[in-house]
Design a protein around this ligand. Structure first.
Ligand SMILES: [Ca+2]
Length: 298
């Protein structure tokens, strides 16, 4: 089943989004940091007068609580925790899949392969359904959660990167600094926010996870996760995951960090990377925050 899409609405939408993206890319290019830090990482703050420097955005580091095997054939693009298991969406043409994976062994319990024409991206669960985006095919897939049976498809303009669900809305990234909100039944866009840290737009937002009223977002080609207030788009904190894989293996990361999942009942946070041999449960540590006396780890 392909959900109906109104042609005129699509054209209007494409024009609106296209124009907005062009402007956004121009603005984002103007706002890129001029000095230190990886792409998308915390902004440099040097060079300003002490009295005029705004409070720094908190930066968290991590403690590794557990490390679990992860399939190095999995080009991780979407990750969701599900009662002792993980749901994982993988990418690359000809290798894209939807999987159900045992957390502790990394064993693939169930798998649905996408046709080679599709490059799988973010996934999210909505009740008894799983939604999966594709990169540049403008196509989303809807599966029955238990069986992975394909229930339907939908279309959207622009690229598909990350996806998560806040209980009411799907939240989608597309490689820019914009998060879109989608109706989980019709997949129509219902709003959007532009993500910024102070006066700097944060682009390349990738895999997403909704955690306690915040959106956590991998920033592509960086070791950072942005913590975002979805009401405003403001980055409220950064998680610096530098050295995460190296802390357990001598292997160089085969590709970038990507994949965030949250066990709400157990308050456990999981992260991994594309083709990584390990998936980690981590605990956040407040490493550097604006107030010197408030550095207690949480
Ligand atoms: Ca996720």
């Amino acid at each position: 089943m392909v959900l109906p899409w109104r042609g005129s609405a699509r054209l209007w939408y494409a024009l609106r989004v296209g124009g907005a993206c062009a402007l956004a890319l121009f603005v984002a290019a103007c706002c890129q940091p001029q000095s230190s830090g990886p792409p998308g990482g915390p902004p440099a703050t040097e060079g300003e007068g002490e009295e005029e420097t705004p409070p720094e955005t908190p930066v968290y580091t991590y403690q590794v609580v557990n490390a679990y095997p992860h399939d190095t054939e999995a080009f991780t693009q979407g990750l969701v925790y599900e009662e002792g298991l993980l749901l994982e969406g993988t990418g690359l043409h000809g290798k894209s899949s939807l999987r159900r994976v045992a957390l502790e062994t990394g064993a693939v319990i169930q798998q649905h392969d996408l046709e080679a024409a599709y490059f799988g991206e973010g996934i999210a669960t909505v009740g008894d359904r799983i939604i999966q985006l594709t990169w540049r095919e403008n196509r989303g897939f809807v599966y029955e959660r238990a069986s992975f049976a394909l229930l339907g498809q939908f279309q959207y303009p622009g690229e598909g990167w990350g996806l998560t669900y806040d209980g009411n809305r799907l939240i989608m990234s597309d490689g820019t600094h914009v998060l879109r909100f989608l109706d989980p039944e019709t997949f129509e866009e219902t709003g959007s926010v532009r993500v910024r840290d102070k006066d700097r737009y944060i682009t390349r937002l990738n895999e997403l996870e909704y955690i306690k009223d915040e959106v956590f977002a991998n920033v592509w080609q960086s070791d950072y996760i942005a913590r975002i207030d979805p009401a405003t788009g403001s980055v409220t904190g950064w998680i610096n995951l530098t050295g995460l894989l190296a802390s357990h293996t001598k292997q160089r990361p085969p590709d970038v960090l990507n994949g965030i999942a949250y066990d709400a009942a157990g308050d456990r946070l999981f992260v991994t990377g594309k083709n990584w041999p390990l998936l980690f449960e981590i605990r956040l540590v407040a490493a550097r925050i604006a107030t010197p006396n408030a550095s207690t780890p949480n």
